[in-house]
Ligand binder design. Sequence first.
Ligand code: SDX
Length: 442
Amino acid sequence: MTDVVKIDDVADGRSDATAKLTLGNNQLEFPIYDGTIGPRVIDISKLYGSSGYFTYDPGFTSTASCRSSITYIDGDEGILLYRGYPIDELAQNGTFLETCYLLLYGRLPNQNEHIEFSDRVTHHTMIHEQMNRFFAGFRRDAHPMAIMVGCVGALAAFYHDSTDISDPVQRDIASLRMIAKMPTIAALAYKYSTGQPSIYPRNDLDYSSNFLHMCFAVPCEEYKVDPVLSRAMDRIFILHADHEQNASTSTVRLAGSSGANPFACIAAGIACLWGPAHGGANEAALRMLAEIGTVDRIPEFIRRAKDKNDPFRLMGFGHRVYKNYDPRARVMQQTSHEVLDALGIRNEPLLQVAMELEKIALEDEYFVEKRLYPNIDFYSGITLRALGFPPDMFTVLFALARTVGWIAQWREMIEDPEQRIGRPRQLYTGPAVRDYVPIEKR
Ligand code: SDX
């Protein structure tokens, strides 16, 4: 029997707006909620209880999983706001630690708050000395993301005094510890892969200068951090800090909904970010540009990206939400020019390939029709490689920056009165009940 399904928005714009669903003889009404800006939502949480139906939305393309006041994205207009501030304004004018404060506490800090917050972060940058033994256990050629997942999860073993998620003081300490220690762990993973000795954090350096110093200094001589490069690093961290309910953030929220400790939740987010469809795309995009190699080979790769029988995709292109230019990609492209100019690498061939590839793709009807634009990962690899990082460190840097976003979303989830353990259902397509058959009769 086909159920007649009709959805009428019986009232619009009022707080008591509802959506009416007709299922056979069953008339159902569901509340409609309005956000500050952006799409309205239909609260279908009572649907199964009142109809015996689930909704079906693989990939959650039409599903709002929570209320959030942290980040807003308008994919059609290419808009990204952190607590209402446009990403390009924060990236051009602010610092990463200022953005961390904004994401965590909902407003920009004043001078004294910024100094106090920065000082608190600075004094959490060292990791427990015994953690250094972790690195010795990995193969030298271990992917640094594998090291990050392992080490961040292990933080719970060393900082057990900030794992009680019901205690807001412990939640705050755990938050600061992760924001402060991610650069130290990332730098340790990088140094371990190079065979160079690790470099301790320094309290006299700002967040991004300290990170570059831990990555590129050696004990044999003084290493002066180039202010242009540390400013670029800081801006790259700002661009990657948060992005609404993306796959890794949703992973952190789902892990946190069971009451798991904050270090385990962030380790889960790092694991999810590693995928090439998500945060792993920056490494994949640079490898793709290197494989293309020269501008004359671009048409071959555009053809492959359009070929349904070819699994190849243009890495760094397309986005679940942005159906316009990713605003972060624009700032990242500017930053790549700044860094390359500062380093005197004016005609970096991969940047030429990237810019020509973007130009051709944006004029190609396949990409226009599917509204595929460069995303943040398209230019980041060129910039990060110019800063001195190998491709397998790119997603580590993404995870370092996104840690504050994951933490802000995790804290919001815990403080949300509607919060309960996340437990989706399914459309079952397996065999109906059947009797066991003894092995001799199979
Ligand atoms: C990030 O969610 C976030 O916010 C993520 C992120 C963040 O800050 O957290 O922004 C970070 O993950 C950015 C995205 C990085 N990933 C990549 O650059 C990998 C390449 N991009 C694609 O894999 C894809 O675009 C996704 C995964 C990003 C989005 O996938 P969707 O939304 O599920 O879209 P889709 O796969 O359904 O694609 C729609 C169509 C398909 O064609 P049809 O089946 O409709 O014929 O567009 C095609 C796809 O084949 N398509 C591409 C393409 N991306 C999509 N074709 C060629 N090259 C591409 N890059």
